[in-house]
Structure formats: C-alpha cells, structure tokens
Write a protein that binds this ligand. Sequence first.
Ligand code: NZQ
Ligand code: ZN
Length: 387
Amino acid sequence: MQNFNYMTPTRLIFGKDCIAQLPEVMAQFGKKVLLTYGGGSIKKIGLYDKVKTLLSDFEIIELSGIQPNPKYDPSVLDGVRLCKEHNVDVILAVGGGSVLDCSKAIATGAKYDGDPWDLISYKAKATASIPIVDIITLAATGSEYDCGGVISRTETNDKIGYMDPLNFPAVSFLDPTYTFTVSKKHTAAGCADAMNHIMEQYFCEDSTLLNDGFMETGLKSLMVQTKKCLENPEDYTARAEMMLTCTYGCNGIFSLGNSPSGWPCHGMEHALSAYYDITHGEGLAIITPHWMKHILSEKTVDRFVKYGVNVFSIDENLDKFAIAEKAIQATYDFFQSIGIPMTLREVGIDESRIDEMAHHVAVNEGLENAWAPLLEKDIAAIFTASL
Ligand code: NZQ
Ligand code: ZN
C-alpha cells in the first residue's frame, strides 16, 4: 500500500427536501451571494424559485448561462468580474458538474489579481478563494465532493482539469428528487462518467482487497441503479443511490493507498470535448472499451480478469485472456444498453483531426507515465478504433 495524505473538508447534506437548511448554512458565510447556474433547467424544475424564496434575506447577484464543458470566456471571466465588483461573500452553484466546475474557477479567480487562466493552467498558485456552497442537480461528476473543475478555452482547444484544495465546496446539498428530470441522455452519460472515474482508479499496479471491493461494488451499483433510473426517472431509491455513488467516485476515497493510474481515458476525452464540445460521459464510454483492448497484455491481463469475474460474474475457470475479452465486451454492451452512441462518428467526430488531438493529448496529459503508458501513436490508434 502506498503512502497518502488525504482530506475532504466538504460537508454533505443529503436527502429529500434537505435544502430547507440552505438559509442557515449560507448565513455562516455572509449575505452577498453569487448564484451561478446553467441554461435554465433549474428554472424548469422550480429550484430557482425555491432558492430565491429561501434566500429572500440575502443579496443575490446572478451568473446564468454556464454551458456544458464550461467556458473560460465568458463564464469564468464574467463570474470573477461580478465577484470583484460586488465583493461577493459566497458562491451558490446550482446545477450539474459544469456549473460547479465553473464556480470553482471563479472562486479562486476572484481572489487573484492576475489573469485567472494563470491559476487554471498552473502558472500561478491561488492563495485564497471564496467559499462555495452547491446544490447538485445531476449525478455524474462528483464535483460536489472534490476540489477539481474542468474548464475549456475554445480558442486554444484546451480543456484543463484544474485542481486546488481551496476549491472543495464548503457544503454540498444532494437532494435526489432534483435529478428526476435529468434526461435519459444525461442520466446515461452521468453513469458512464462515474463508472469511468472508478475504472480510472481500479486499473492500476497496486491496489488492495478493500479498495477493489469498494470499486467493484460501486460499478455494480451504478449499472443496476442507472437502469432503474432510465426505466422510472422518479424512482427515488435508484436516483439516491446513483447520486451517492457518483459523489464518492471522483475524490480519491475509493483508491486511498493505491498506486496512480494516470487517468488515461479522461486525458484522452478532454481532447474530444475540447475540439468537438461533446458530452463528457459519452466520449468516455466510446473510448473506454477501445482503450481496454489496446492496453490488454500479459502485464495488464490479471486486472481485467479480476474486473471481469467480480463485476460481470464471468466464469473464472476460463482462459485469462478470454475472461479479459469478455469483460471488455461486457463493458461495451452495458454502455450500449443504456442508450449511449458507441462510435465517435455518431457524436460528430471523424478522422480529420485525430492526429492533432492525439498530439495535444500526448503533449499535455502525461499519459506516457500511465499504468499502461500511452504514446502519441497509441492515443491516435485508440481514437481511430473508436471511430
Ligand atoms: O444548463 P442546464 O439548463 O442546467 O442543463 C444541464 C445541461 O444541459 C442539464 N441538467 C442539469 N441538471 C438537470 C439538467 N436537466 C434536467 N434536469 C436537471 N436536474 O444537463 C446538461 C449537462 O449538464 P452538465 O453540468 O454539463 O453535466 P455534468 O454534470 O455531467 O458535467 C459535465 C462537466 O463536468 C466535467 C466534464 O468534463 C464536463 O465539463 N467533469 C468534472 C469533474 C470534476 N469536477 O471532478 C470530473 C469529471 O471527470 C468531468 O470531467
Ligand atoms: Zn469524468
């Protein structure tokens, strides 16, 4: 087991109607609130009005229109400007992972004198941030329980995972009923994203029985509950378990003491989303089985055997490569069964920019150091196989 140094300072408040506690929670941070949200889903589900009513004693400044794959310009820059102009005390992020991620970049950017991109691109280190409270409305990213935010800069095709412990949300509200309206597309994409977060931690050199058990169960939980959510979007029990499994997925708790994996599928998917603005979870689901096939070798096969036997109940008496291949096929079949388009062409990506994207990934994502190292030619081959 590897050494680690771990802390998640976020308070989770979970369950139906839990946002009744919002005024009391917000009051500890101050009265001037930047309310951030996306393209309007929170208005359709009545959450916007509810928040405004609950916070009628607060001064609320709004930043709306934060897009999926949140953009540095205008959203982060507008948020930073509003925080500075109004001397905001606390940010309340209401929405999916994109709203939360954007709010994190705003939180540190607002306490920094220079260009906020310096922080996101790790040219400078933040020394302070505005506290963040969030109400997450889409189960997927785990942004409600981690210190990461993924920000896109359109003109340079950059999509950067910006992590800073200052950006852990102070408090996250998780009410599964607010996820009842998430579309089938985003429910499935959210499942694929969270499953991939677990796989990115599972496929590594050094793990423990304890962590493997957490992660194998996490994957099974996501597969079972997502199917139920798709069948009945208002199944509270299924939405609740899916939400909590997603929350655990991305803050490292599943892999304490494991050796690093390099998060290769996320490294590659960042380029797909940056160049083509596709849905993150769909990009992951498309490339994951091809990444698995590409890295399957004598060195990696035992991990796939464990995954296949424990997650998909494949017969452990088969040849080890046969188990691995069945496990990869089962992964593909599951994603397809929940309605995810399983080729890059179906999400609008053709071969024309594969070499450019592979180069971008090779230069920026450090995947030559992944558990199964990937060079530029490997990345291009995985993208090509995913077409
Ligand atoms: O913009 P609105 O109108 O709110 O609509 C959103 C958006 O169109 C909609 N939506 C959200 N909640 C809803 C809802 N529709 C109906 N009912 C609701 N309750 O869903 C659409 C997608 O929202 P988005 O926030 O983009 O999805 P998600 O939560 O999957 O976030 C994706 C972003 O998170 C990043 C991804 O790269 C991507 O940019 N990630 C963040 C991570 C993190 N912070 O740790 C880790 C992940 O690996 C991921 O990279
Ligand atoms: Zn992800």
